[in-house]
Write a protein that binds this ligand. Structure first.
Ligand SMILES: Nc1ncnc2c1ncn2[C@@H]1O[C@H](COP(=O)(O)OP(=O)(O)O)[C@@H](O)[C@H]1O
Ligand SMILES: [Mg+2]
Length: 271
């Protein structure tokens, strides 16, 4: 692929809308090689949309995402396929195949994307399962392991192809506090072990701040703050403070944008 660039992923002036509804407006983000970068924000702020633009599942109306110096939305089908092979993705609610064993779940992307021999696949799967501490659970089905363990299997599956870029969408969702910590450490350690770059989408402040090198805060499709976790901890920005302290009152609106209640009720006054 093209020459080595410092930022594995670069986002410039990125605009995206669904029909007339603007979802992202004017994003500027850098994801340097080897780093873990968190994209944080409330539900509906556009985090998953950013991942879908990086993966080329959707196209921006303006601006671009570059991965390894290539503009994603200008790639042809073959180019996009090649690029996606270098990306590992842990989808939000990304479930394991319940009928397949842990082993077969991790082997799945290897069988889909490579012509490796069974012997090689076996070695790779066992290495990935070993990395997440579940080599001895290889024969079990997802229904026979805990939620935290299942998430680790999903992690192993997302790194099966040794991706240069790993994207996690809400990897801590639904986990108990201990499993959250275990998963966070694993995300950090896998990035180091693979020499990859991680995009971590989440709203969990504690976990993200513990492992991220850099954090972007997204609100209503815009970057409202960014910096290292240490910088964010002492930020006086009202949005960051509200988010970090999980306060109900602040610049983040509680209501989904749209008509006011008064208008909806047909009243001429503000409620
Ligand atoms: N396929 C779609 N069609 C229309 N609107 C969508 C679609 N997917 C997401 N949205 C809207 O885009 C906004 C951002 O969504 P998303 O990126 O999933 O947010 P987040 O991941 O931060 O919760 C939300 O308001 C959501 O309702
Ligand atoms: Mg999402």
């Amino acid at each position: 692929m093209s020459s080595v660039v410092a930022n594995l992923v670069e986002i410039r002036d990125l605009h995206f809308s669904y029909g007339k509804r603007s979802i992202l407006s004017g994003l500027q983000m850098d994801f340097p090689r080897g780093k873990v970068v968190a994209v944080m924000g409330g539900s509906g702020s556009g985090k998953t949309t950013v991942l879908r633009l990086i993966g080329g599942q959707i196209r921006p109306q303006r601006g671009h995402v570059k991965v390894q110096g290539q503009v994603v939305h200008k790639l042809n089908t073959a180019g996009l396929y090649l690029l996606r092979r270098k990306m590992g993705m842990l989808f939000q609610h990304g479930a394991l195949f319940t009928d397949l064993t842990v082993y077969e779940n991790v082997a799945f992307p290897l069988r889909e994307h490579t012509d490796l021999s069974e012997e090689l696949i076996r070695n790779l799967v066992l290495m990935k399962l070993h990395a997440v501490g579940l080599r001895n659970a290889a024969k079990l089905k997802p229904g026979e392991i805990s939620g935290g363990m299942a998430r680790r299997v999903a992690l192993a599956r997302s790194i099966a192809l040794d991706p240069e870029l790993i994207m996690y969408d809400e990897p801590f969702a639904g986990l108990d506090p201990i499993s959250m910590g275990v998963t966070a450490n694993l995300i950090r350690n896998l990035n180091t072990a693979l020499g990859s770059t991680t995009v971590l989408v989440s709203h969990d402040v504690k976990e993200c701040f513990a492992i991220a090198d850099y954090v972007y805060f997204l609100s209503q499709g815009k970057i409202v703050a960014h910096g290292t976790p240490d910088e964010m901890m002492v930020s006086t920005d009202p949005y960051v403070k509200q988010f970090v302290n999980a306060e109900a009152d602040g610049p983040v609106p509680f209501h989904y944008p749209g008509k006011s209640l008064a208008d909806d009720l047909g009243l001429g006054v503000q409620v």
